[in-house]
Design a protein around this ligand. Structure first.
Ligand SMILES: *[C@@H]1O[C@H](CO)[C@@H](O)[C@H](O)[C@H]1NC(C)=O
Ligand SMILES: *[C@@H]1O[C@H](CO)[C@@H](O)[C@H](O)[C@H]1NC(C)=O
Length: 317
């Protein structure tokens, strides 16, 4: 009579205590994950901007399409607010964009969440972070504690990934189907829209970066080899210099975009992976009312035009 209850309790307790080892199997997963997406200062000259910051809707749809809900993390909030939010959400996505990754309010917030995530994971409280493009670059600056980026000719180009020997066994890629890995390795399906890159040279020369991140793929602009995908060794932190979300959700008519089935499938697999990581977090809002107030559904995206760099943006004061 009591045995089943005891077993359930034991499973619960081990689930709660499992933390980083949770990559494992026996943990209770959180099938209602909520991921924070960090806003950033509006682009200069954005005619349709309202307020002072935005989130491109493509990042929201990208996560929603893989089974997560989204909470916007607004810039210029107090540290107390960020701590409270950190303890309410199950992961953080740092999106692409165009702000100063050392002095912006985006960076200020990213730094606070990054420190909280380091501490939490160290204590066995699983908390994943995903960085895309500018988010990748931001993570490199936060880990190295300086900006080691270099200019590359990668402003609008779709590339195949050059996988490293450890990609196949990485947490991020090991769940990808073989034919998808083949498409990623052979076809020009990863959209690149960046002027700055983390070169293999600077990564290799910097002990902090080298010890923290495992390089999963590289690319080159013809002159410099740069990192296109990496994951942290000891933390559930992931970074892509390319833009998975654009294949499904952005429609700017430029070289560098790819809407092929393989590109869309690759995008989905990255999102599904990150959402599965967020399912290992047990953070939650203090009440259903708090959760309801925080979700992105309280805001409406603005249509920017069919050829805009972001087809829809959410704006915040
Ligand atoms: C937000 O920015 C305004 C100035 O633009 C400032 O007065 C205010 O203190 C800032 N709030 C926080 C939480 O940093
Ligand atoms: C290495 O980083 C420095 C900044 O510290 C930068 O000026 C330089 O261009 C980078 N070199 C390469 C090859 O990435």
């Amino acid at each position: 009579m009591f045995r089943p209850a005891a077993a359930v309790l034991a499973a619960l307790v081990s689930g709660l205590w499992c933390g980083l080892c949770a990559a494992g199997t026996s943990q209770q997963l959180n099938y209602r994950p909520i991921i924070g997406v960090l806003a950033q200062e509006n682009l200069p000259g954005d005619q349709l901007a309202r307020g002072s910051s935005y989130i491109a809707a493509s990042y929201v749809k990208y996560l929603e399409g893989a089974g997560a809900r989204v909470v916007p993390i607004r810039i210029n909030r107090t540290e107390e607010e960020y701590v409270k939010l950190f303890n309410s959400i199950n992961g953080l996505l740092l999106p692409g964009g165009d702000v100063d990754i050392q002095t912006s309010l985006f960076t200020r917030a990213a730094k606070i969440f990054y420190s909280l995530a380091l501490k939490a994971n160290d204590a066995g409280d699983y908390f994943p972070i995903w960085g895309t493009c500018q988010g990748f670059q931001q993570l490199s600056v936060l880990t190295a504690n300086k900006n080691l980026l270099t200019l590359t000719d990668t402003k609008a180009v779709a590339l195949p990934l050059t996988f490293t020997s450890v990609a196949q066994s990485s947490r991020l890629f090991r769940t990808f189907p073989k034919d998808l890995m083949q498409s990623l390795a052979q076809q020009n399906i990863t959209p690149n829209f960046h002027s700055w890159s983390l070169s293999m040279q600077n990564y290799t020369r910097n002990a902090k970066l080298r010890k923290f991140y495992k390089v999963l793929s590289t690319n080159t602009d013809g002159k410099k080899e740069f990192i296109s995908t990496m994951e942290a060794y000891r933390y559930p932190f992931y970074a892509v210099q390319w833009h998975p979300e654009k294949s499904q959700f952005e429609w700017i008519d430029k070289p560098g975009m790819s809407h092929s089935t393989a590109a869309v499938t690759a995008s989905f697999y990255t999102a599904a992976f990150f959402v599965s990581e967020a399912m290992k977090s047990n953070h939650h809002f203090s009440s259903a009312a708090e959760e309801e107030k925080a979700l992105i559904y309280n805001y409406s995206p603005v249509f920017k035009g069919i050829y805009a760099i972001f087809i829809q943006n959410y704006y915040f004061d």
